[in-house]
Design a protein around this ligand. Structure first.
Ligand SMILES: N[C@@H](CCC(=O)N[C@@H](CS)C(=O)NCC(=O)O)C(=O)O
Length: 219
C-alpha cells in the first residue's frame, strides 16, 4: 500500500497512528505530498485533492482519512483474524463515530484558521471567519469534556484516535491556546493516549514550510 500524506496534517496523522496500532504500518509506503502546493499532483490521485490518500495494491485509491481507517481495520481483521475493537458493536459504534465527527470538526476548523492566517494576504483575512472557527473548536472541546467518560485510552476506538489527533494538532499549531485547565478530564485522557507509542510516534510535525505558491490561492 502507498500512503500519500503530509506529517503536519492531523487527518494524515490519525491514519498513521491507526496503521501502527493495527500492525499495518510496515506494509505501507509513505509518500509525503504537500496538499497546498498549487498544481499539486494530488488532484490526479484523488478527486478531492486532499491528504491523506491510500493506494491499494490493486491501484485503487481510498480516501478520506475516515474511510482509510475503516479499510485498514477491515484488512487487519481479515489478515490476522483478530479484531482490535476500533469499530465496536452496537451503541458503542455510534459513540465512536460521534467522537470522530467532533474531532473532524476541530481539525477542519483548526486547519481553516491556519490557512486563513498563512495563505491569505493580511488585507483579505476575515476575523469573523477565524472567530467562527475558533468558536466551533471551543464548543467541540466542551462537548468532549462533558463526554470524557466515553473516551478510553486503554481500549481505543476510532473515536479515541480521531480526538487525540485533533487535540495534538491544536497543541502543535496553536501552542498559546491553553485549553487544558478548562478541560481536566479530557486532558487526563489525552495524556494517557500520548503514552501509547503508536500515538506518540505519529503526532503532527512540520517537515515543510508553507509553499510560496500558496499566495496563488487568492487568484
Ligand atoms: N475529510 C478529509 C479532510 C482532509 C483534509 O482536509 N486535508 C487537508 C490537509 S490537513 C488538505 O489536504 N487540504 C488541501 C485542500 O483543501 O486543498 C479527511 O479526513 O481526510
Amino acid at each position: 500500500m502507498k500512503l500519500y500524506h503530509w506529517r503536519a496534517s492531523p487527518h494524515a496523522c490519525k491514519v498513521l497512528a491507526v496503521a501502527k496500532y493495527l500492525d499495518l504500518f510496515e506494509k505501507t509506503e509513505e509518500v509525503p505530498m504537500h496538499p497546498w502546493e498549487v498544481d499539486s499532483p494530488l488532484t490526479g490521485i484523488s478527486p478531492i485533492g486532499k491528504v491523506p490518500v491510500l493506494i491499494k495494491e490493486d491501484g485503487e485509491p481510498v480516501f478520506d482519512s475516515d474511510v482509510i481507517c475503516l479499510y485498514l481495520a477491515q484488512r487487519a481483521k481479515a489478515e490476522s483474524g483478530a479484531d482490535k475493537g476500533l469499530y465496536p458493536e452496537g451503541d458503542a459504534l455510534f459513540t465512536a463515530l460521534r467522537q470522530q465527527v467532533v474531532a473532524s470538526s476541530i481539525k477542519e476548523s483548526a486547519v481553516l484558521c491556519i490557512v486563513e492566517e498563512h495563505a491569505r494576504p493580511r488585507t483579505l483575512q476575515s476575523h469573523d471567519w477565524i472567530d467562527r472557527q475558533r468558536a466551533r473548536v471551543a464548543s467541540c472541546l466542551l462537548f468532549l469534556e462533558d463526554h470524557a467518560h466515553e473516551l478510553d485510552a486503554a481500549a481505543p476506538t476510532i473515536g479515541d484516535f480521531s480526538v487525540v489527533m485533533a487535540l495534538a494538532y491544536l497543541n502543535y499549531r496553536f501552542p498559546s491556546y491553553v485549553w487544558h485547565p478548562e478541560h481536566p478530564k479530557l486532558t487526563l485522557w489525552y495524556e494517557q493516549m500520548l503514552r501509547h507509542l503508536f500515538v506518540a510516534q505519529s503526532l503532527p510535525m512540520e517537515v515543510h514550510t508553507f509553499p510560496v505558491a500558496m499566495v496563488k490561492l487568492e487568484k
